[in-house]
Design a binder for this molecule. Structure first.
Ligand SMILES: C[S@@+](CC[C@H](N)C(=O)[O-])C[C@H]1O[C@@H](n2cnc3c(N)ncnc32)[C@H](O)[C@@H]1O
Length: 212
């Protein structure tokens, strides 16, 4: 993608990301206005739906919110009385905005396509809203998320339905057979009734599963 795409952040720009460096640049420019120009403008429901699915499945703290951004999913977890919650994201600028909301116990920059600075078996659960989508993070990150989750811990990860098969998420979850249990994949809408743009009907699967 071009510099122009990352300097003028938009939903279309986010779907056009290709590399972790693209993400760093786009979200650095978007952090200060993301809650208004993306979440509010598009009636973005997904963080609430991921948090609710995590709770309904029996999820507890300590939770890591991966690709936490400005903290929208962590905010919903806390509202549902689930915590403590930690946050990680590739964008320090997004985390800086999240930090102003006093939601998270700890926030740390990290690239989900590499190794996170976290000990094995640390978290009772992992959540992610909006990060497993085109050009953001692919299924290879699941190994790292399982490494840092306690045995029996719960993962609730939204995966864009368009990319679920095409980008290898389905195959990866099949490969993890034996390392994960209780997999199911409810499909939900990302945006609410007042969304109007071309992505308004987009959906995700919320991949819910436990580390064996
Ligand atoms: C659409 S935003 C979602 C943010 C938040 N979870 C929400 O629902 O509002 C995607 C987030 O993924 C982060 N991200 C993209 N690539 C990443 C990577 N390789 N490692 C960690 N975070 C990444 C971006 O910086 C951005 O904050």
């Amino acid at each position: 993608m071009t510099d122009k795409d990352t300097e003028n952040p938009s939903l279309d720009g986010a779907y056009a990301l290709e590399t972790p460096e693209d993400s760093r640049r786009l979200y650095a420019n978007w952090a200060e206005t993301y809650d208004q120009t993306f979440a509010q403008a598009h009636d973005y429901l997904l963080p609430l739906l991921v948090a609710q699915a995590y709770k309904d499945e029996g999820g507890t703290g300590l939770v890591l919110d991966v690709g936490a951004g400005t903290g929208l999913c962590g905010q919903e977890l806390i509202a549902l009385n689930i915590g403590p919650v930690d946050a990680t994201d590739i964008s320090q600028e997004m985390l800086n905005v999240a930090a102003t909301k006093s939601i998270y116990r700890t926030l740390f920059a990290g690239d989900l396509t590499a190794r996170l600075a976290v000990e094995d078996d640390t978290y009772a659960g992992v959540v992610s809203s909006g990060t497993f989508t085109n050009g953001h993070v692919g299924p290879e990150a699941f190994d790292e998320l399982l490494r840092i989750t306690q045995p029996g811990g719960l993962l609730a990860l939204s995966i864009n339905t368009v990319h679920y098969d095409a980008k290898g998420f389905k195959a990866k979850l099949q490969d993890l057979d034996g390392q994960i249990t209780d997999l199911h994949l409810p499909e939900v809408r990302i945006y609410g009734e007042s969304a109007t743009d071309g992505h308004k009907d987009d959906t995700v699967y919320i991949a819910l599963f436990r580390k064996a």
